[in-house]
Design a protein around this ligand. Structure first.
Ligand code: NAD
Ligand code: ZN
Length: 360
């Protein structure tokens, strides 16, 4: 039986549905009426090459018109320029307020499509069809949409919820291995901040998961979606507990920038989580053994636990730059226990420097 979840946010309620093929897509979207509606499938070159035809075929003649917008894959294209081109297509094709966008791809496609949907004609419907592991467990759920601007990540955007999230777990088969590991970092993060039993599961099932066993993958993606759903429903606009999802991200973002985005997001977050765990240990919240346990699970999923050629001072400098732009106080997420995290605003430079020095 296919799994399903229902997300309830302030102004929208929508399902997250799981499948292993796009064949039955219309059945999964039976709460949406496509009759007399125009649909635009937005995708990138990598994903479009593999899945666009399948999705088009699955939609068949349900809609008045189905068009596609394919842009070159890569974060460097998550920009207003691409949004501009998409607006042009939508206007040329006479898309109106009843029209629907479908985001078929990873987080780049999802964020950009959601943002376009939120602004075109003051907001039209969109559907998330995430195809990367990261987008299936993280970016497609919760309504954060946006694009990068002048090198600042996600600087322009909106909170805008989709009408549905369709997770085809079979698409993970074609995902590059390093992208898979990158997504695993967010999954391990979910377990560390919210669910000790899930951490046990990830440790025990690493072989099956790494072999992309469908049953194990589905179980894992479903469990992560449950955690993300729970957090987002309690705090849609990141006013409090949604910030827990930033565990490992303060240092992770800094590494990402210093490495000039040559390391994948999850790889940077992995090292960031090791630093945050060490900080938690130094404060006496968790034991050293628990830090080792965290390192081990990251290694099981082929994630790095250290980074060479970066000075700790540089990381602290970049962390502060990020802070200046996005918020006035540095929020640090620490673990009080495996499976329990809290937000701290009192982490000092010395503490951070010490932790980074011990890791990197
Ligand atoms: P991505 O969209 O760039 O996808 C990674 C790569 O994998 C791309 O080259 C893509 O073409 C390819 N790909 C995706 N699915 C594939 C498949 N099934 N088969 C073959 N290739 C496939 O990156 P991502 O890691 O999915 O997402 C990262 C983006 O998500 C960033 O822009 C980040 O800011 C954003 N994000 C948003 C949120 C949110 O809440 N909105 C949360 C986390 C991250
Ligand atoms: Zn992340």
């Amino acid at each position: 039986m296919n799994r399903e979840l229902q997300i309830k946010t302030k102004d929208k309620e929508y399902p997250i549905k799981f499948c292993q093929s796009y064949e039955g897509l219309l059945g999964l979207l039976d709460h949406i009426d496509f009759t007399n509606k125009k649909v635009c499938i937005v995708t990138d070159t990598n994903v479009g090459n593999i899945y666009l035809e399948e999705v088009k075929n699955a939609l068949g003649y349900s809609a008045e018109k189905v068009v596609a917008f394919t842009f070159p894959a890569g974060e460097e294209n998550k920009t207003l320029n691409t949004v501009y081109e998409l607006y042009e297509l939508l206007i040329n094709e006479k898309f109106d307020r009843k029209s629907i966008l479908i985001a078929l791809g990873g987080g780049v496609v999802g964020d950009l499509t959601g943002f376009t949907a939120s602004t075109y004609l003051r907001g039209i419907d969109f559907i998330q069809m995430p195809t990367s592991l990261l987008s299936q467990v993280d970016s497609s759920i919760g309504g954060k949409t946006g694009v990068d601007f002048k090198g600042y990540k996600n600087m322009v955007g909106a909170f805008y919820q989709p009408r549905a999230v369709i997770i085809n777990t079979k698409t993970i088969d074609t995902l590059p291995k390093n992208e898979f590991s990158s997504g695993m970092a967010e999954i391990i993060k979910h377990a560390l901040i919210k669910d000790l039993e899930y951490l046990d599961w990830l440790e025990k099932n690493s072989e099956q998961v790494n072999l992309l066993n469908q049953e194990s993958l589905t179980e894992m993606i479903y469990r992560s979606c449950c955690i993300k759903k729970d957090v987002v429903e309690k705090d849609e606009k990141e006013e409090n507990i949604r910030a827990l999802l930033n565990f490992g991200h303060t240092v992770g973002h800094a590494i990402e920038k210093i490495k000039d985005f040559t390391w994948l997001h999850g790889e940077c977050v992995s090292v960031g989580m090791v630093v945050a765990a060490y900080l938690s240990y130094k404060r006496g919240y968790i034991s050293k053994e628990k830090c080792y346990r965290i390192n081990n699970v990251l290694v099981k999923y082929n994630l790095p636990i250290e980074v060479k050629d970066i000075s700790p001072e540089e990381i602290i400098k970049v962390t502060k730059l990020d802070k200046k732009v996005k918020s006035s106080v540095l929020h640090f997420i620490l673990l009080n226990e495996l499976g329990v995290a809290n937000i701290y605003t009192d982490v000092t430079d010395d503490e951070l420097l010490n932790a980074i020095n011990n890791i990197i």
